[in-house]
Write a protein that binds this ligand. Structure first.
Ligand SMILES: [Zn+2]
Ligand SMILES: [Zn+2]
Ligand SMILES: [Zn+2]
Length: 455
């Protein structure tokens, strides 16, 4: 089905699904999996949703591009790859996604839902996990993409916070902050004014009178006797406002216990489970967008969320972004007299993957751990480290000039010998150093400097 006049990037197989019945055929056609799907002309919106769900939770189809031809809900749009456009545009996008997914180990994706979610973000450049509002749902907001990918098996909010804590995701725009029932997490709450004495909600706001003779205060209706005002406490006649009595601010009267009070309490009743909670006893939940972090990219590319190099995160690990910030600051300091020297060290392990293939994952982790342990003995509390997307270890050594840097570099290089295995295999350790202000290039900031280090 060619669109007239459009140049095709390639002949991609985008499978057109019109109902759940088409799905088995699409997955078992002899030509292997399609490059993507177009969902359209479904009997009803819910059928489209159902098909999208099936595709996203399937081991083979989870990450394939899906375009929606007909009207769809916000939830579906978030979990799909957008509306069906021209064939050409869809093919271009599908090709892009397919190319990115080629970096990812398919076996690893089958085994780990974490990786699957991270790989989804990785394969769609700039894609963010977005919370979507559903006013009729218990928690009001949900993360449809995460829900769909896990087939509803995981509590998405908790899942995403775990990935955030591990550093695979980054926080983006805050969408909303809501209060929820501490018992059932429901966000459908009724805020009710209640009597602070008996908790009844049957309270009224009534005008009050303050008798100057006895000083007491009461609801106005108690002061009215046969058309004139008389104090029910001391019997004084109240003729003139200002000299016999006045009206304090309105007060509340509880119909249930007859107590009067100036301010009611506010209490919350959950519409879903009926639990009453004080306002400050509600749980507060933030819903925000998330994007893939540098560490998330590493995880996707290495096909492992407990990656080989994570042992180095115990070396005063700083996330790449604050690391760049500190590096920038050091660069600026190094320009001001008296110059404050500092050094940067890049440690990489060129044959780590090869060693892993030879000795196995368990053994290579042990070797890496022993190197990390020895490194830890040699760096100071003030040195910080981060990792690049290529799994190089970057060490920033403040107040360290050429001499200190050279000493540390040779100690690190010497660690290579200690990794020698009985069969002679060695984990290669490569160390590059830069000392500032000596190696300063004018106008170079942290980002440019890190690019230069790679080169
Ligand atoms: Zn009361
Ligand atoms: Zn009185
Ligand atoms: Zn509740």
């Amino acid at each position: 089905m060619k669109d007239q006049g459009s140049e095709h990037v390639s002949e991609m197989n985008l499978f057109f699904l019109t109902g759940p019945g088409d799905l088995p055929a699409a997955l078992s056609s002899g030509e292997g999996l399609p490059d993507g799907f177009i969902l359209g002309r479904c009997g009803s919106g819910s059928e489209c949703g159902h098909m999208l769900r099936e595709l996203r939770k399937g081991d083979e189809t989870a990450l394939l591009p899906v375009f929606l031809k007909d009207f769809s809900s916000d939830r579906e749009q978030e979990a799909a790859d957008g509306p069906a456009r021209t064939r050409d545009e869809m093919e271009k996008l599908a090709l892009k996604i397919g190319n990115r997914l080629r970096d990812v180990d398919e076996q690893a994706l089958r085994k780990s839902l974490d990786l699957r979610l991270l790989a989804f973000l990785y394969s769609r450049e700039g894609k963010k996990l977005r919370p979507v509002l559903d006013p009729f749902s218990r928690e009001l907001y949900s993360y449809p993409l995460a829900d769909y990918l896990s087939g509803g098996l995981m509590d998405s909010s908790r899942w995403l916070s775990e990935l955030l804590e591990k550093g695979y995701l980054e926080e983006e725009t805050l969408t909303d902050r809501i209060r929820a029932c501490p018992k059932c997490d429901g966000a459908h709450l009724n805020y009710v004014d209640v009597c602070p004495f008996c908790r009844s909600m049957d309270i009224r706001r009534v005008p009050f009178v303050h008798c100057f003779t006895c000083g007491r205060v009461g609801p106005q209706e108690a002061f009215v006797r046969e058309g004139s005002m008389q104090c029910p406490f001391c019997g004084a006649r109240l003729r003139h406002i200002g000299s016999d009595y006045d009206r304090p601010m309105d007060n509340y009267l509880c119909t249930s216990c007859s107590q009067t009070f100036a301010e009611p309490d506010v209490s919350c009743r959950c519409f879903l489970c009926g639990t009453w909670s004080p306002v400050d006893g509600l749980s507060v939940r933030s819903f925000r967008e998330y994007s893939l972090s540098d560490k998330g990219i590493i995880a996707v590319r290495s096909g492992n969320t407990d990656d080989l190099y994570s042992v180095f995160d115990a070396l005063n690990y700083t996330k790449p972004e604050p690391f760049r910030y500190i590096l920038d600051w050091q660069l600026q300091l190094s320009e001001r007299p008296p110059a404050e020297p500092f050094s940067l060290m890049v440690i990489s392990f060129p044959n780590a993957e090869k060693v892993r293939e030879t000795v196995g994952r368990k053994k290579v982790t042990e070797i890496m751990e022993s190197v990390a342990k020895r490194l830890r003995e040699n760096i100071r509390k003030t040195d910080i480290s981060t990792r690049t997307a290529e799994n190089d270890l970057l060490l920033l050594l403040p107040k360290t000039g050429e001499k200190g840097c050279t000493v540390l570099a040779s100690k690190v290089r010497a660690l290579e010998k200690e990794t020698r295995q009985p069969d002679g295999l060695v984990l290669e350790i490569s160390v590059k150093t830069m000392v500032f202000p000596r190696d300063r290039v004018e106008g170079e900031d942290a980002v440019l400097l890190m690019e230069r280090l790679k080169g």
